[in-house]
Design a protein around this ligand. Structure first.
Ligand code: GSH
Length: 205
């Protein structure tokens, strides 16, 4: 099993899930140039991370990949309590994080995708920060009285952790979002999270 990643990108979620699963795997560090190379594009036409290789199966898209890893390792219990509703709860939050929250960072990270006029980029980024903040408030409320997004640890939690790391350095921060801060501290103390971060960024959180 190989996970292709960029340090700090959304691929960190899969990296943490691989650590939590306890199965052997190899993490392959990419660069922005490599993921645009013809060889990589032949396997992932989107030219993005994460990408997972399992034998002759290549899989992209966080939601598919995280679900696949959780299905391969049911003993880790990362996709709910085994009931359709439990699974749906995990997918609800995973979908929200991937489709809404992740995408809301794009105008901050890559304003040029939306605007030709560079002078407007600052205003666009500021609006996007407010949009992300609104999503974070919703996530903070969900964690009121819960240690994990769905009550028990799932594949949605590492994705949330990735998002929270993106708030640092984008002037969003977690000021006043105490449940999210508590969640981030608990993830930073987790051995699997620390192992993944050590490989990706050479740091112990
Ligand atoms: N919909 C994709 C989005 C993946 C994505 O946005 N990947 C980013 C990193 S978080 C990427 O590889 N961007 C290419 C680049 O930065 O050059 C998924 O969920 O897997």
């Amino acid at each position: 099993m190989k996970l292709y990643y960029l340090p700090g990108a959304s691929s960190l979620a899969g990296h943490i899930v691989l650590e939590w699963s306890g199965a052997p795997y190899e993490a392959v560090r990419m660069t922005h140039d490599i993921i645009r190379s013809p060889a990589y594009l032949a396997r992932h036409a989107g030219g993005a991370v994460p990408m997972l290789e399992h034998g002759d199966f290549s899989l992209s898209e966080n939601v598919a990949m995280l679900g696949y890893l959780a299905d391969l390792h049911p003993e880790a219990g990362l996709l709910g309590d085994g009931t359709p509703r439990g699974r749906a709860e995990v997918m609800r939050w995973l979908g929200f994080l991937n489709s809404d929250v992740h995408k809301a960072f794009l105008p901050i990270f890559k304003a040029s995708l939306f605007l030709k006029e560079e002078s407007l980029a600052g205003m666009l980024a500021e609006n996007a920060r407010q949009h992300v903040r609104m999503y974070l408030e919703r996530l903070d409320a969900q964690l009121d009285g819960r240690d994990w997004l769905t009550g028990t640890r799932s594949v949605a939690d590492p994705y949330l952790f990735v998002i929270l790391r993106w708030t640092v350095g984008t002037d969003i921060g977690l000021c006043g979002l105490d449940h999210l801060r508590r969640f981030a501290r608990r993830m930073e103390a987790d051995p699997g999270v620390r192992a993944a971060l050590l490989v990706e960024e050479g740091i112990l959180a």
